[in-house]
Every structure is written in structure tokens, then in C-alpha cells.
Design a protein around this ligand. Structure first.
Ligand SMILES: Cc1cc2nc3c(=O)[nH]c(=O)nc-3n(C[C@H](O)[C@H](O)[C@H](O)COP(=O)(O)O)c2cc1C
Length: 178
């Protein structure tokens, strides 16, 4: 199976990078082909909403790094979104990638995939990720993708907070069970 991991944190050594690494290890141990793309460091413009892609066969006015994500997306069997919680949602870095799905919407909606979510946040409130989870579920529904597993690491401001937690193990398991 081909697994595409899209990470949305600007921190190369942050909490979600650690969790993404664990997903990757679990998935590779299970024999999957894994492609992990750190979206925050890429040159990806936010969608202009110009509808050029609608009139020109999915071609975007921007010639940027979204091209590589589009091609990986089309051939992936499973997609894992990995993001820190920023004001109760995914990061803008990852959201701009999701918005750019727009150019290839119909192809994406016609390919069967499973979407998974891995997220970390500082707060300990059990409701902290509710809005993010609803967004994730709504994306699955809209794209006609199966709703996959979630690892929601609450109380995890930094890597230190993950040290004595089960979250790294759960992320590895998510990867292994893909
Ligand atoms: C701009 C910004 C917004 C944040 N918003 C939230 C939030 O709404 N709730 C929360 O619990 N933590 C919030 N945090 C904390 C991060 O989600 C948390 O530190 C996370 O582990 C960072 O992941 P990273 O190290 O992979 O970047 C925020 C952090 C930043 C920088």
C-alpha cells in the first residue's frame, strides 16, 4: 500500500514531527511504501479562488510545489494528516494544501482512499480537538474517503510532554495498522 503523510508544523523537531516519524516507522515495518512531505517548508501558495483550474482542466495559475503533492495524492491508498493544533484547527500551512485539492477535486473524489489524523496540542481539555475532528470527518465525507484512525495527543506542548505518554506508541500502531 502507498501511504502519503502530510505534515503541517513549521517545527522540524516538534511534537508532531516525532509522531509523524513514528507513523512512518510503523508503516514501513508493516511493508508499506511511505512518502512523507513536510508541507510547511514547501513553496505552496494559498488558493486564489480564481477558478482557473475549473476552466483549464485542473491547471492552477501557480506553478509551485503543490504539483508534487497532487501527483502523490492521486496514487496514494492512504493519506495521514499530521498537524499541531493552531487555534483549534490544523495549521495554515496544512490548510493551504487542503484548499489546493480543489484543482483536482473530481479525481480525488473518485479515488478510494482512507484518511487518518494525527494531531498534538498543549491544552489538556478533552474537547480541545473537537473542531479539528469534525473538520477531518467532514473532509472524509466530502471526498468520499473512508474515515481512518486518529491519534490526538493532548497536553503535548513539546516533545518532553510526549516522553512518558502512550502517544508515540499509538502513532506507531496507527502506521502499522494502515
Ligand atoms: C500559533 C499557535 C496556536 C496554537 N493553538 C493552540 C490551541 O488552540 N490549542 C492548544 O491546545 N495548543 C495550541 N498551540 C500549541 C501547539 O498545538 C503545541 O505546542 C503543539 O505540540 C506544537 O506542535 P509542533 O511542535 O509539532 O509544532 C498553539 C501553538 C501555536 C504556535
Amino acid at each position: 500500500m502507498k501511504v502519503l503523510i502530510l505534515t503541517g508544523s513549521p517545527h522540524a523537531q516538534g511534537t508532531t514531527a516525532l509522531l509523524a516519524d513514528q507513523v512512518c516507522v510503523g508503516a514501513q515495518e508493516a511493508g508499506h511504501e511511505v512518502i512523507c512531505i513536510g508541507t510547511a517548508k514547501l513553496n505552496i501558495h494559498p488558493c486564489l479562488g480564481c477558478y482557473h483550474c475549473r476552466n483549464y482542466d485542473g491547471q492552477c495559475v501557480y506553478d509551485d510545489d503543490m504539483k508534487q503533492i497532487h501527483s502523490q495524492l492521486l496514487t496514494a491508498d492512504a493519506v495521514v494528516l499530521v498537524t499541531p493544533l493552531y487555534y483549534f484547527g490544523m495549521t495554515a500551512q496544512l490548510k493551504r494544501v487542503i484548499d489546493r485539492f480543489f484543482a483536482i477535486n473530481s479525481s480525488l473524489r473518485n479515488t478510494s482512499k482512507r484518511l487518518h489524523l494525527v494531531a498534538a496540542c498543549g491544552d489538556n481539555d478533552e474537547w480541545a480537538m473537537d473542531a479539528l475532528v469534525v473538520h477531518f470527518q467532514t473532509l472524509c465525507r466530502y471526498l468520499h474517503w473512508q474515515e481512518g484512525e486518529k491519534v490526538l495527543a493532548i497536553g503535548a506542548y513539546t516533545r518532553e510532554d510526549l516522553k512518558d505518554s502512550d502517544y508515540p506508541m499509538l502513532a506507531r500502531k496507527l502506521g502499522a495498522d494502515l
